[in-house]
Design a protein around this ligand. Sequence first.
Ligand code: SF4
Length: 349
Amino acid sequence: MALLEVEDLVVQFYTEDGTVRAVDGISYEIDRGETVALVGESGAGKSVTCLSLLRLLERPGEIVSGEIRFDGRDVLGLSDEELRDLRGNEIAMVFQDPSAALNPVYTVGEQIAEAIRAHEDVTDETARRRAIDLLERVEIPDAASRYSEYPHEFSGGMQQRVVIAMALSCEPDLLVCDEPTTALDVTIEAGILELLEDLAAEFDTAIQLVSHDLGVVAGLCDRVQVMYAGEIVERAPTEELYYDPKHPYTVGLMASIPRIGDDRDELPTIPGSMPDLVDVPTGCRFHPRCPYAEEACRLRAPSLVDVETGVPADEPAPNDHLAACHEYTDDLVDGLDYEVVVEDGGGLE
Ligand code: SF4
């Protein structure tokens, strides 16, 4: 049994303009100790998925249907008390902006100690010692004295380390990290990603990492899932996705990553933008932006299938590499037979 099982999850937002189908029937699993990325542009549904896992969505958002099971338990059926236990104890979350996650009027050490006391019956002194230990484990220098400092005395990168220490304070089985390095500069980002990798191994914690940047997830994740307009359009082990992307959207994302020794004057971009989720395109949602779109793509939505065999994702024993494009369904669209190639210089061919 996987640690996390998400099945046919549908999340909608009710707005004046209409119903936003933010997440539309996604299914996936995360095993114990596994690190899985959700990538895609803003508006793909990544963050809404994460908030749904912890039932943190607020109105006008609503989980309309589907199932979320954590360690075999039905998360959507938990009582408020059971949900409080789940949050922090078993699933913890690290958000994009560390300054918003920390309370400016308490010292960082008090905040970590408080998180420990909220979930465990320990003395103040034990909570304090464990908080200092956690600050050391996230590599805050001189942790014992910095315990008594306030968030504004820490840099952005150090604040995010404190937030990660808080998230790990109860040794959760799953850490959900929603764009944890987006607010940080690139050198600090590398340090945080390395820290997450080390801590995941040390605590045997599974990680769901959300990012709009395929480059960020490359070194950290075992598997990558690409989301587009509320759906998962490709899923593969990280290395395979990077070297052999199948879905034209993934190919476009890959081509837009700068590479060492890159001599391109401009990075290619995917034309157009994410569709309005109140009024999603018919058929394949990517068709208005896809260079390979055929008439059939406008008429029929492709399902997620094994790229080698065409076996649907919900049937037993598909390979690890799946894509939702008519190119890979067993009833191939007439005339749609392209080869997607990322050349050395990037770009769609
Ligand atoms: Fe492009 Fe058609 Fe594949 Fe969609 S189904 S990604 S429009 S080729």
